[in-house]
Design a protein around this ligand. Sequence first.
Ligand code: HEM
Length: 444
Amino acid sequence: MDDSTIISSVRVTLLTILLAFWIYVYAQSRQKDESNKVFGEENGCQPIQKRLLFKWPLALTSSNGNTMFYMGKTFQVKLLGKVGYFTTDPRNLEAILLTRFEDFELGSRRQGLFPMIGEGIFTQDGHPWKHSREILRRQFVRIQYQDLKVFESPINDLLDGLMSSSGIVDLQPFFFRFTLATTTSLIFGEPFAGLDSTDHEIFSKNFDYCSLTSAMRLRLADWCWIYSPWKFKKSCQMVKRYATHYVNHAPKDKDENGEEAASERHPFILDLYKELQDPVVVHYLLVRHPVALERLRQEIRLYTQIPVNVRVASKTTFIPRGGGPDGLSPLLLTKGTGIGFSPYHMHRHKDLYGDDANEFRPERWEGPELKSIGWGFMPFHGGPRICLGKDFALTEASYGIVRILQCFPCLHLPPGHSTEPSGLVKQDLTLVVSSAEGCKVMLS
Ligand code: HEM
């Protein structure tokens, strides 16, 4: 056999392998399409009619704050070339978070948040998530037995700070420090552990910057790796160093003062050490949830802390609404499809909350008006992944407000400051929502 015959028979073999591979992939995808179609038909799914149109490639300019209102409750969006959906329909949220919980996972959230919070309850799915949830749940149960002790010293510090201020005061930074101290108390066992106010200030700044950058990374979804500035890496290191300080403080306390005394102060961390036998993993599991708890139910409705969220179908599934001409039929979601949802927008829907949905009117909760709101109100989500800190957060907010009002019964708006209609209040969005203009009050 001469050389040219060998080359051409190699070519034919390669071509045959390539063709066989292509036929295999094609047949697999046809089979998948077919079984998805059958699954859709069995569940009464209809194609979606509402599609978000966009002028620029990759849909980069396709949405703004009002898109969710004029597009209706469920619509399709093509983001970075991928088809996904967006919903604010309570029935869909119930399906995603509760009835079909097992069919969804966090998707690219893990990659987006990993540099900042590493391995932990906010970045895990499946078995590791269940494990973290159980460990954290134990700590929340433990804290229930301590009544209001955990809030005592942080609220006294806040009141001391207010008493030494005068004139117009912005409460927002005070609330931020208050929630930082209570959450570190809850998780690390003590608020300060030998750190001074400058250390906490540095941590807060780095934490805010990391939150802002992480929020941008989350919007880039699978492409988050393209946005990882050097400053972000540095800030993530500072945040981790802060957590590590607390993690190392607990065993030091145990060595110096004995197990019983140290367990009183750091039950959660010492429990984690026992559980994991690995101090490196311990600090990754310690998560701090960024919240400012200055207002209650009505405020939580209008300015829900985690306004927008995403899940990805871990297998082919459906949501109960969004398909068909009226959007009331089930909608098929094939494996890997992303679905965004916005409690923030849902909480402002006029068909759920009436024409004054944007108004701050706490009385709406008093009568029968919202009796059947169900999944139409879910600031803490619901289902197996419901916020673990819900009761803690609500107690913290009510206790904080009562103590402040006892000390400053005459809190009022500074002269010349008007209240913006709540639909127009400027807000900052990182991983959570906060007021862009702070919370300015006159103390006397
Ligand atoms: C007003 C205050 C708060 C609001 C509105 C809120 C809201 C939420 C929401 C919506 C989630 C679900 C996130 C998701 O599954 O994608 C969540 C999860 C969680 N929250 Fe909160 N939260 C608040 C305060 C707190 C506090 C103070 C803590 C702890 C000190 C906390 C601890 C947690 C934890 C550990 C999870 C993860 C649960 C899991 O994935 O299994 N939260 N929170």
